[in-house]
Unconditional design. Structure first.
Length: 376
């Protein structure tokens, strides 16, 4: 039985399809900045999803939770924490007010992503409204439910271009029994070498972050797992062991981009924030002259770079040579004309698949037209 809020959203979508009016699907608006100024400048009608909120079902013993798309992310995380469970992929918040639907649509993951997986890896089922105003369900509440399972995962990172996410079923995990953070001073090349070597060993490595801190290169490594495994790793990996309670806030700041490395960009309005996804074994990149060293996450697979917008093409070439791609994550504070599409050029085959999916789910092209150039 449809709720009044859900019925209103369905009718709103159908009316937009009939009139050919674009819709900007919005939860808390905490990720509107991602991909550049297109979202902020969009003239599409806003479809606010926060009216569709609440936990539908939670089975702690089964490690499964089902919630409505407009449910505040903070509310879900608090519920899981009360039962000693969590979303292990650590979805970034960036600001207060984010929703579960927005978390899935953005498909962004935090520091632990390289070890535990991404948002889509925890998607069990999803309910969406397509561009015709039809309510569709895919997947279920168990990992073995194959029917439609890939469609559920497809919604992660789609930025709402394929449908309105009304309900999500997620796999959750228990909080690790032990945690520790190590600090090691080293340059980026040494940090990458250490991470690559550790990656081949049975260590409870959960997250890593290399950054320039007061002029020195510093590698932070977070360990999570059984207490005996964490203690043994601390004894064998070297470095300075930090206070876990204090470092928890630092890892949150890394996830939410409130570390000084990120926030200092506000004092240099001409710089954009670029996200370089590369092969985990890629060496330190030869950045264009004048560009400060990047912040490195995901055991080397994610490189954040602050650079002028005109460096986009050069960064894209560097990333491609390292087995990946470069995308504009946050535009400069000052308005500029970008030299490259916000998310880089797609391969022709991938672009063709994306267009076919878009045509199938949203034939009238009413969902998130401002996001189609960003690639999700």
């Amino acid at each position: 039985m449809e709720s009044a809020a859900l019925s209103q959203i369905i009718e709103r979508v159908r009316e937009s399809a009939r009139q050919g009016r674009a819709l900007r699907i919005r939860g808390g608006g905490t990720k509107d900045f991602v991909g550049g100024p297109a979202v902020a400048l969009s003239k599409a009608d806003v479809l606010d999803m926060r009216c569709l909120s609440g936990v539908v079902d939670y089975e702690p013993s089964e490690l499964v939770v089902t919630v409505r798309g407009g449910t505040p992310l903070a509310e879900l995380e608090a519920l899981l924490a009360s039962r000693g469970q969590c979303l292990p992929f650590e979805p970034p918040r960036f600001a207060a007010g984010g929703t579960v639907g927005g978390m899935v649509a953005a498909g962004l993951s935090g520091p632990a992503r390289a070890t535990v997986g991404a948002v889509r890896d925890y998607m069990l089922g999803v309910e969406i409204i397509n561009g015709k105003g039809e309510l569709l369900r895919f997947g279920g509440q168990v990992m073995k439910n194959v029917a439609g399972y890939d469609v559920s995962r497809l919604m992660a990172g789609s930025w709402g271009t394929l449908g309105v996410i009304t309900e999500v079923s997620l796999k959750v995990l228990p909080v690790a029994p032990a945690e520790a953070t190590l600090r090691l001073e080293c340059d980026q090349s040494s940090a990458l070498q250490r991470l690559h070597a550790w990656g081949g060993q049975p260590l409870p490595l959960n997250a890593s972050c290399w950054v320039r801190d007061e002029g020195r290169g510093v590698l932070y490594v977070r360990l999570r797992g059984a207490k005996a495994a964490v203690e043994a790793a601390c004894a064998g990996m070297g470095g300075e062991r930090l206070d876990t309670a204090q470092t928890a806030a630092d890892w949150d700041a890394c996830r939410d981009h409130t570390l000084p490395w990120f926030t200092d960009r506000a004092g240099r309005p001409g710089l954009a924030l670029w996200r370089l996804s590369v092969a985990q074994t890629a060496p330190a990149l030869g950045l264009p002259q004048g560009i400060e060293p990047e912040l490195v996450e995901w055991q080397g697979a994610l490189r954040w770079v602050q650079a002028p917008a005109e460096c986009g093409t050069a960064l894209q070439a560097l990333a491609q040579a390292a087995g990946g791609s470069a995308t504009l994550f946050a535009a400069p504070a000052q308005g500029v004309t970008l030299e490259m599409p916000a998310q880089g050029q797609r391969q022709p085959a991938l672009a063709a698949i994306s267009q076919r999916l878009k045509q199938s789910f949203d034939p009238s092209d009413i969902f998130q037209p401002h996001r189609m150039g960003t690639g999700g």
